[in-house]
Design a protein. Structure first.
Length: 118
């Protein structure tokens, strides 16, 4: 998201960081199966377009702590599920490599992208 914003608004892209952050926090994430804002607060974010809806919902002390603890547990479970799903996907495409003395291998040099040496 940030890259596309920076490419579109080359001269003043940093003015849009708050909007990119808002979009990121309200977009669906596969690892936790919801938006980060919804995971944290238990509801969808009220964007400026929804501010005509009035009403108040106040959560006080112990209730908020219990809700937050429950959400942390759910988030950890979702992240664990995502980690195992991503690991199983990565393991499907992984193969064991065995090297013998004298074998030629590629050496990736980190500072220079695209440079490979034998």
């Amino acid at each position: 998201m940030l890259r596309s914003c920076a490419l579109e608004c080359t001269c003043n892209w940093d003015d849009y960081i708050c909007l990119v952050e808002f979009a990121y926090n309200n977009s669906w994430h596969a690892s936790i199966k919801c938006a980060p804002f919804k995971m944290l607060y238990g509801r969808k974010c009220r964007a400026p377009i929804c501010w005509d809806q009035v009403g108040e919902h106040v959560i006080k002390g112990p209730e908020m702590i219990e809700m937050t603890d429950a959400k942390v547990v759910v988030a950890k479970e979702k992240l664990k599920e995502a980690r195992t799903r991503q690991k199983s996907y990565a393991d499907k495409h992984r193969r064991s490599l065995e090297f013998q003395p004298g074998d030629h291998v590629f050496l990736k040099v980190s500072p220079s992208r695209g440079v490979r040496r034998f």
